[in-house]
Design a protein around this ligand. Structure first.
Ligand SMILES: Cc1cc2nc3c(=O)[nH]c(=O)nc-3n(C[C@H](O)[C@H](O)[C@H](O)COP(=O)(O)OP(=O)(O)OC[C@H]3O[C@@H](n4cnc5c(N)ncnc54)[C@H](O)[C@@H]3O)c2cc1C
Length: 168
């Protein structure tokens, strides 16, 4: 059984962002991403027509939250923790500049989603996030104070913290 401080299920945008930030905030934390397919960040690569619409140039949290009526309250709280300004700064600190189009959408200056994919891959590598491909997690149980995950291939993982980021 493999032991990790944090196991992230899903190698998409959410999984990478969680894993990178956890590892960056706590150096030495043993973080692992488990991805069921043989590829990482596939949706990010195709997002925004291959350019990746990273965020939106709307810096008023109430206005931004109201754009999604069913989730306004949830988003308002979330944006108080991390909002478009933080997103812009997060990527700028890692050498990725974003540009704003006339309608407010923000894309990497390079105009290609591969800039975002490469940034996330490099950050994961820099913070020693361990990544396993072709590991579909099929069960998750809380046993004796820790999470036990099992993959379709029969590998088992034990961790006190798990992040489920397997998308929709
Ligand atoms: C064509 C298209 C264009 C888009 N354009 C934009 C855009 O420009 N801007 C924008 O913000 N959003 C865009 N989106 C939406 C955006 O891509 C998604 O909201 C985002 O990528 C979701 O990220 P995620 O990490 O939550 O999920 P995903 O990207 O779906 O990642 C989840 C990962 O978990 C893996 N997984 C699932 N189950 C398991 C399991 N049991 N065990 C292990 N791994 C598992 C999956 O294989 C996948 O790799 C677009 C989406 C599409 C399809």
């Amino acid at each position: 059984m493999e032991k990790w401080d944090l196991v992230v299920v899903g190698g998409g945008a959410a999984g990478f962002f969680c894993a990178i930030n956890a590892a960056a905030r706590q150096p030495g934390l043993k973080v692992c991403i488990l991805e069921k397919t043989g590829k990482l960040l596939t949706k990010v690569a195709v997002s925004g027509g291959g350019r990746c619409n990273v965020t939106h140039a709307c810096f008023d949290i109430d206005t931004l939250s109201r754009r999604y009526p069913r989730g306004t309250n949830f988003l308002r709280k979330a944006f108080h923790h991390f909002n478009p300004k933080d997103t812009i700064e997060w990527f700028r600190e890692r050498g990725v500049e974003l540009k704003t189009e006339e309608d407010g959408r923000m894309f990497p200056v390079s105009n290609t989603s591969s800039t975002i994919v490469q940034c996330l891959l490099q950050e994961a590598s820099r913070h020693q996030v361990h990544i396993e491909l072709n590991q579909e997690i099929v069960s998750l149980n809380f046993v004796d104070g820790s999470w036990k995950l099992q993959s379709a291939k029969g590998r088992t993982y034990q961790t006190p913290k798990v992040c489920l980021a397997q998308g929709d």
